[in-house]
Design a protein. Sequence first.
Length: 191
Amino acid sequence: MKIYTKTGDLGTTALFGGDRVAKHHIRIESYGTVDELNSWIGLLRDQQIDKETKDLLIAVQHKLFTIGAIMATPPEKEKLKSGKDRLNIERIEDKDIAILEEAIDKMDAELPAMTHFILPGGHPAVSYCHLARTVCRRAERRATHLYENEPFEKIVIRYLNRLSDYLFVLARKLTKDLQAEEVPWIPEKKS
């Protein structure tokens, strides 16, 4: 199979089900941002972090591919018959969100209470985690825009929201694990 098809040379791309849309379509922006997030998480996973976190990040990457597939499928095409039932797209489930929440709670129990906002940085792994978090928030914004125009399973938005929470707490945990400095944001007082 060749990697290039030349079908997108005029600025369109195919969705699952065959429809073609402009490459700047909100659906493409949505799953493209999820793809970008997946790449940042891959970079984070490549850092010197514990195996348990790496394993969870791999599972998250699989879920992000699922989310991309959901977003790449127009609602009217998802109901099409394909093989036995419909297009064979995995789903995001409540248990996927529960896994993130359990990880958040476990990490949070070992961290000092937050008293201020935190400036991103302190160590490359922490910075990569914050970059992933901010891209996750952008993916969530794109997803909500898409949802307003072409609804899909709302659990996808919940998953992205919880994932950004997870990445924030993970950044704090990595700061602690890597003995990096957590710098609070304290607004300067005007004189």
